[in-house]
Design a protein around this ligand. Structure first.
Ligand SMILES: [Zn+2]
Length: 109
């Protein structure tokens, strides 16, 4: 699905399905990524606060850094999850024009 670390391909190499049918569809994957980061960081903040009562500012900075690192590490998974949601809801299909353009390209592209 990916070309490099963070760059998603336009189509699947195996079946030719187009991942992002309209501009801005990838925003769903980003919402998913940020939502999961916050869903883990906010309870984590309160659990650690209740158990260990750390100083507020370092504690807050830790969870801000956690959110950033989580978003970076989970980016590809979130995009993949979003594509799977699109697949399960019937939002992914192959296009004849895309398929023909893909077939004209030399292998490995
Ligand atoms: Zn495929």
């Amino acid at each position: 699905m990916f070309d490099g670390l963070l760059n998603m391909r336009k189509t699947c190499d195996v079946c030719g399905v187009r991942f992002e049918r309209q501009a801005g569809e990838s925003v769903g994957g980003m919402y998913l990524n940020l939502g999961l980061a916050e869903l883990s960081a906010i309870p984590g903040f309160f659990i650690v606060d209740a158990l260990f009562d750390p100083p507020f500012i370092p504690h807050l900075l830790f969870w801000l850094a956690y959110t950033l690192v989580f978003c970076l590490l989970f980016y590809r998974h979130a995009r993949g999850l979003w594509v799977s949601i699109a697949y399960l809801t019937g939002g992914l299909q192959t296009d004849d024009d895309y398929q023909k353009a893909r077939d004209r390209q030399p292998p490995g592209r």
